[in-house]
Write a protein that binds this ligand. Sequence first.
Ligand code: AHM
Ligand code: MG
Length: 335
Amino acid sequence: HESDIGRTDPITLTQWILTQQQIKAPNARGNLSILLNAICVACKYVESAVRKAGLAGILGLAGSGNVQGEDQKKLDVLANEVFINVLKRCGQCSVLVSEEIDEEILIEGGGDYSVVFDPLDGSSNIDCGVSIGTIYGIFKKPADEPASVRNVLRPGRELVAAGYCLYGSSCSMVISVGGPPTHFTLDPSLGEFVLLSPALHVPNSGKIYSINEGNSVLWDAPTSQFVKECKQPAKGGDPKSLRYVGSMVADVHRTLLYGGVFMYPADSKTNTGKLRLLYEGNPMAFLVENGGGRAITGSGPVLDLQPGKIHERCPIFLGSKQDVDRIEALYNGAA
Ligand code: AHM
Ligand code: MG
């Protein structure tokens, strides 16, 4: 039922997590559920800090003191601390990899799960109030394997869950535990994520392309050709629209909902692009593939890459199947 303040039968993220456990692993100990709930709490904490950032004077002011003389933390430093503390505390993790920390964190006797995460992605957008987000991926290790970086240097296809939280005009959580991505939104009055859509499906084709066009002199031929086709389609079709927030979470969220393609290609200087495989490329590729879309590097699926280092980068083209198929064909030499 809809009341004037909204649904009277909300399904919360916590309920959804417990139901997924009952459906997928009725005899499980509930450890993944504990971990997902911890992530959910950390995201709510960061969302609250993002909303208060202007008021609390934490926009870009790391190192400066507040009225009580305490040090203020920049949002990205704060988000990283919150995630590490909450994940350590939940007792389910053996390895943590954060974009903010050079080395992996090993937790002896911590649990069978490992979490790779970017606690606050889209840093260039923090100080001007544009959408930012958190991205995370979860691996499970065999119980007898020791905590080691090997637990996370695995292809994204082996993720057991991945998701992101978008701190945008509303706060959205999108998560997949292997099935289609499920979309929740934070009801601030309840302090709960409530279910919006049980199964997102990336539209088969889309009208939007999303890329940092300022790098066009650095692009390879297939990327340049694809972007040219977006602007000047064959047979007099309509050109696509360009949308680029510069926050991967926002650009991918739009791509999941509206379709189209998000790209961060290799550039001629580095041959890798900018985005990090473990905690940017893989979780987003996992969500998009589970939503019926595709995510490729130009020479194969992102999820098949074997990572060598925790902070390595990879080129990425993700979104609607038809669009990514065309990019793949161009990489395979199509005219
Ligand atoms: P960050 O981890 O330093 O925030 O960088 C990652 C961000 C992504 O969110 C976004 O897709 C990309 O960088 C934008 O990069 P650019 O400014 O080069 O277009
Ligand atoms: Mg990042």
